[in-house]
Design a protein around this ligand. Structure first.
Ligand code: LLP
Length: 425
């Protein structure tokens, strides 16, 4: 069985660092997300070290995990933040991230979001269209400032990953085609409200090899030459996120191997580097702990019905994603030795299946299960669907732990509802 990083067995019981998951579940209830401080910091360090030669700016992608405690701890260890909305800007500023370490990507930045980011003085906008460039220019002029921007290039490179998380192909909504980028670089001085300081690439997520990144860099290299000849001050390359992790049997490249493949190319471009890792830092730093409510057999199939559902972790339902599941306690031998379970949630949707055909020993109600690799795109994609309360979140550091997000209360569910009497009575 695969144990990510700092999750392991302590006297037979699954623990996060020095804290048994059962203890946390008993204290705060289930479902609960549990994160390891050590894993988070280790993963950030690995990237910082692998790319040290380029003095990179590593901006953690807030969309992967937006918990303030996690953001603050990563910022405290030198990370910047990659944001995609005014909401994430607010969070970034709330945790004290220096604006000089904030980069902002999104195909649909609103005028209000652009203004807020300009007022905050963020480091760079990753621009996704010629029109957006004009909008940022206009807003910057009105605020009497100059915005630093990187043009997001769509390099038309296929990264072998799920189609919902492939972003660098030509029919995707992301980025600007190279010919248009070339035109914008040639006319770079025309818009006095923006300074084009580099190019941005993000070709997809959960990519396990360096080759597509290398192809993408090779495709933008010519744009650097061209842009500089036209006088554009191109000092940065933002390579986006996308580094894959192990969920099952993937063999992703190590940060060192990745760096070995791309660093020489970036040195040849003579640029500094920005990375926007999300999953690599937090994916295997978190598990979702859930309790078995019922075990039922139906036509020869066994189901473990658990108290976490697709509203808590949507990845299996949305992407057919595989997440390892393991009992938190000792695995009990099943009578016939081969029992397999589908682990299903309580949500009224056939897609609410966390895992299928897993050998988990003999399960009974009250048993705790851990869903691994749930740190990235778990809690951030959670919802209140089916009137379900969003799970609590806990951070562990050594033998200490604390709640970093309280479980929703029933009041939270109706907090923003209004009952306008004239319309409904
Ligand atoms: N930068 C940009 C511009 C992005 O769009 C993304 C992710 C990242 C960085 C971070 O990528 P990472 O290092 O985490 O791969 N919900 C999906 C993943 C969506 C990724 C969206 N963009 C999932 O659960 O697999």
């Amino acid at each position: 069985m695969y144990y990510p990083h700092d999750f392991h067995r302590l006297e037979g019981e699954l623990a996060c660092e020095g804290v048994p998951l059962r203890r946390i579940a008993q204290a705060v209830g289930t479902p609960v997300y549990v994160y390891s401080h050590k894993t988070l910091v280790d993963h950030l360090r690995k990237l910082q070290q692998a790319f040290a030669a380029l003095r990179p700016l590593i901006c953690f992608s807030v969309k992967a995990n937006g918990s303030l405690a996690i953001l603050r701890l990563l910022v405290g260890h030198g990370a910047g933040l990659d944001i995609v909305s005014g909401g994430e800007l607010y969070k970034a500023l709330r945790v004290g991230c220096p604006p000089s370490r904030i980069v902002y990507a999104s195909v649909g930045k609103t005028a209000a979001e652009i203004r807020a980011a300009l007022r905050a003085g963020i480091f760079c906008f990753n621009v996704e269209s010629a029109e957006e460039l004009e909008a940022i220019h206009g807003a910057a002029r009105r605020l009497r400032t100059v915005a630093r921007v990187a043009l997001r290039v769509n390099p038309n490179v296929r990264a072998h990953t799920h189609r919902y998380i492939t972003t660098g192909v030509k029919d995707s909504k992301f980025g600007i085609d190279p010919a248009t980028v070339q035109g914008l670089l040639r006319r770079h001085g025309r818009l006095s409200g923006v300074r084009i300081i580099g190019l941005h690439l993000h070709i997809g997520s959960q990519i396990s090899e360096a080759a597509p990144f290398v192809r993408a860099i090779d495709r933008v290299a010519v744009l650097y030459g061209d842009g500089r000849r036209a006088g554009a001050p191109l000092e940065w390359l933002n390579l986006g996120g996308g580094l894959g992790i192990i969920y099952k049997d993937e063999r992703p490249q190590t940060p060192q191997a990745f760096a070995a493949a791309v660093v020489p190319r970036i040195q040849r471009l003579r640029t500094r580097l920005i990375l926007e890792p999300g999953r690599f830092i937090v994916g295997n730093a978190g598990v979702l702990v859930t309790e078995v409510l019922y075990v039922k057999s139906s036509r020869g199939k066994q189901f473990a019905v658990v108290d976490a559902g697709m509203n808590d972790l949507i990845r299996p339902a949305l992407y057919s994603a595989y997440h390892e599941v393991m009992p938190v306690g000792r695995v009990r031998e099943a009578a016939n030795g081969r029992a397999t379970y589908d682990v299903v949630g309580p949500v009224c949707e056939s897609a609410d299946v966390l895992a299928t055909g897993r050998r988990l020993g003999r399960l009974g109600s009250g048993e705790l299960l851990a869903v691994l690799g749930a740190g990235a795109y778990g809690s951030t994609m959670a919802s209140n669907y089916n009137g379900r309360l969003r799970a609590a979140e806990v951070l562990v550091r050594g033998r200490h732990w604390a709640v970093i997000r309280a479980r929703d209360t029933l009041k939270d569910l109706v907090r923003h509802d209004r009952l306008p009497a004239r319309l409904i009575e």
